[in-house]
Design a protein around this ligand. Sequence first.
Ligand code: BEZ
Ligand code: FE
Length: 282
Amino acid sequence: MRNLSETNLTDAVVARLARTESPRFKSVMTSLIRHLHAFIRDVELSETEWAAAINFLTATGHKCDADRQEFILLSDVLGVSMLVDAINHRGGDGATESTVLGPFYIEGAPDLPMGFDISHGGPGEPSEVSGRVLTPEGKPIKDAVLDVWQTAPNGFYSTQDPNQDRFNLRGRFRTDATGAYSFRTIKPTSYPVPTDGPVGTILNAMGRHPMRPAHLHFIVTAPGYERLTTHLFVEGDPYLDSDVVFGVKNSLVVGFKPKAGARTLEAKYDFGLTPATRKSAA
Ligand code: BEZ
Ligand code: FE
């Protein structure tokens, strides 16, 4: 194949997939090439813009390290993460809705006893978070593990802030025989996603703010159930309708209310998990 032109180049590239072994990989690559070429035709990409795109992706890669994932952040601010989430968790089965993982989850948070304070008495409004983990029929799930993480009041996760211990405001809690969990923390506050990298540059160029509404992250797992990656958002937060990563769902918004007779706030939420068999049979 020689003398390929604007009109037949795409078909020529797709034809080179002829010997691709995996049918799924072949169909994903075919669609990717066709959409990418269509996009370039649509905007009539200039050579300067093409070079800027290559530099942007290079800088995005360079910004990544063990604790910083600029590509996840890019996917998040472009709405790609929430689209993948929506396609993969169509819901309607009584399970808690999912939302973005984000780039700040780390493995290895300590297993903590019920009621433990993950803020270790640090600054912020003391709060108690509790509830149960349930089946879609409302039956308790014992030994579900809730992996929890959130920012400090300065807006930084422990991995972004040398003044915090690596596992500050992080922990894993296990439900009891009634499906109950509880822990203490501080009321989450809204914070900006990192803007000191290439993603910050394009957010700025698009005239967008970088804020996420206040939230607590959860990954809830239990043997025999689908893993649930979600948040609890704080009712009344000013950014609930303009989350920079498009992650807010009404069912995940909870009140942090004064607890009667105590000097703390309390938030209550019951999580619902989907049995693993139900989803794979669908
Ligand atoms: C987060 O909530 O930790 C987060 C999610 C998406 C992008 C940046 C941060
Ligand atoms: Fe977060």
